[in-house]
Write a protein that binds this ligand. Structure first.
Ligand code: UD1
Ligand code: CA
Length: 486
């Protein structure tokens, strides 16, 4: 890099005798105010989800790898309050562009927020695949070139719809201008090098000339892309840096583009998991969110959804048609087909399903079994305990080595309040029993099949709560005879 630096580039100032190195102040501005007309949606464009997260959240995460969240500014406008509320947890700043008059106008509105910085990295809120590594390269190139404006370009197979980069000459880094699709000549439309919508600007230069933008174009908007021409006219340096990974710059302007991006993000996620030792059959059929973690030697069968903050241990098998959200699953677990698990924890060696429904707060112990058509909610099921068939267990504390017979129901709700069922270690609950909470079944006790249990059962007792069986000898024979006579 040339040592005759400009003030806004890496600069050192002499304070007295000691030279102190002053680092450059860099902000990230994310343009996110647009309506997204082409999506035909009530939801603002940047809140549409790809890879299990809103578009804007992907971009914010990338920005937060480059600078502190306090140096990130999202420019919001259309449905601003909704966007702000959805992204408040990220800790970034927001700038309001109440009227959306183009990408150039978005940066005009952000002048006050950005004036304390030397450089600003501009990202698009609708292009979520950009990596921090690429943006770092772009920024380094900008500083080395001492440019007023540096844009990220990419060579696309199908450049339709994007702005095209007009270079001074094919080999030159210097850019003469950017022409939008709508204004491009037939020859310009053939150019495959596109403007990605990511830029680095020298803040002082940007705001000393941004007033020269005009709305003299088919959209009657202030185009940020026109800053290239403005700077050229003022003999300021404008350069382009071309990424070798064109897929990173794709934007989601239409539902079809969103689907493409979603597929790519999920494909990348699957690739990463496979590289880390996870087997995924037919990855194209699996939906795995960005934050999901899976340990090596686990197997994900076709048509599985793993969502939110789900964590899966080693050597676990998730069979087809399972949907698992925000849950922790240990190692050596089998989740059989068609199970739905949400906000739950499953310890190692457990077997779940087929067709189990684990609702939030289900804690399934080591080697426990939860089987066909069993619904659980807010329960603890102890080590080695089994509830294998057609059962509802809600608000229950169930000990170790308990057997819950088919058709057991914890009656946890009295119409007003929820009550707890406690089942101690080693209990056997016979099939088709109802346990009316609050209730406790003591250690080692038995409950006879088809009982309605309304009182506590002491340790080691047998409780039977059902009408006594009556046998009427010859009753059926007599009935038949009566029918034949009449
Ligand atoms: C823009 C570029 C185009 C580039 C493409 C890359 C311009 C004029 N054109 O086109 O050269 O190839 O991105 O994806 O910049 N936004 C605001 N405020 C506004 C208008 C837009 O914040 O007033 C935001 C949008 O929410 C969006 C981003 O800016 O996140 C880009 O706007 P969009 O309308 O999608 O621009 P493109 O037509 O894609
Ligand atoms: Ca766009």
């Amino acid at each position: 890099m040339n040592q005759a630096k400009r003030k806004s580039s890496l600069s050192s100032s002499n304070t007295g005798k000691k030279a102190t190195k002053k680092s450059i102040r860099v902000a990230v501005a994310i343009m996110a105010a647009g309506k997204g007309t082409r999506l035909k949606s009530q939801l603002p464009k940047v809140l549409h989800e790809v890879g299990g997260m809103p578009l804007l959240e992907h971009v914010i995460r990338t920005a937060a790898r480059l600078v502190q969240p306090s140096d990130v500014y999202a420019i919001i406008g259309h449905e601003a309050e909704r966007v702000r509320a959805a992204m408040a947890h990220t800790g970034i700043n927001f700038v309001l562009q109440s009227e959306q008059r183009g990408t150039g106008h978005a940066l005009m509105v952000a002048q006050e927020a950005l004036s304390g910085y030397d450089n600003v990295i501009v990202l698009s809120g609708d292009a979520p695949m950009i990596s921090s590594a690429t943006i770092t390269n772009l920024k380094d190139f900008h500083l080395a070139e001492q440019a007023a404006m540096t844009l990220l370009s990419a060579e696309l197979e199908n450049p339709t719809g994007y702005g095209r980069v007009l270079r001074k000459s094919p080999k030159s880094a210097e850019v003469l201008g950017i022409v939008e699709e709508k204004s491009a000549s037939a020859a310009q439309k053939k150019l495959r090098e596109i403007n990605s919508g990511f830029y680095v600007f020298d803040v002082k230069e940007l705001y000393s000339r941004i007033g020269e933008l005009s709305t003299d174009n088919p959209h009657q908007e202030y185009y940020l892309t026109d800053m290239a021409r403005v700077f050229r006219n003022a003999r300021k340096r404008v350069v382009a840096w071309k990424t070798a990974i064109p897929s990173e710059v794709l934007g989601g302007n239409t539902r079809a583009e969103l689907a493409d991006i979603d597929q790519q993000i999920r494909f990348t996620k699957c690739r990463q998991l496979m590289a880390d030792g996870v087997t995924i059959f037919y990855p194209a059929t699996c939906v795995i969110d960005a934050d999901v973690e899976i340990a090596p030697d686990s197997v994900i069968e076709p048509n599985v959804q793993l969502l939110g903050k789900t964590k899966i241990g080693a050597n676990t098998r998730i069979r087809s048609y399972c949907v698992i959200r925000d849950s922790e699953i240990g190692s050596d677990v089998t989740v059989r087909p068609g199970s739905i698990i949400e906000g739950s924890q499953i310890a190692s060696g457990a077997i779940i399903g087929p067709y189990s429904h684990l609702r939030p707060g289900s804690h399934i112990g080591e080697r426990a079994h939860v089987g066909n058509f069993v619904e659980t909610k807010k329960i603890k099921l102890g080590k080695g305990s089994k509830a294998n068939h057609l059962t509802y267990l809600g608000d229950a504390e169930i000990g170790d080595s308990v057997n819950i017979g088919a058709g057991t129901i914890t009656c946890n709700y009295d119409g007003v309040h929820k009550h707890t069922t406690i089942i101690d270690d080693g209990v056997f609950i016979g099939s088709d029993s109802t346990l009316v909470a609050p209730i406790r079944v003591g250690k080692g006790a038995y409950v006879g099949a088809a009982s309605c249990i309304t009182e506590n059962v002491p340790d080691d007792a047998l409780a039977i709560g059902r009408g006594r069986q009556v046998v009427k000898e010859g009753w059926a024979r007599q009935k038949r005879a009566e029918r034949e006579r009449s």
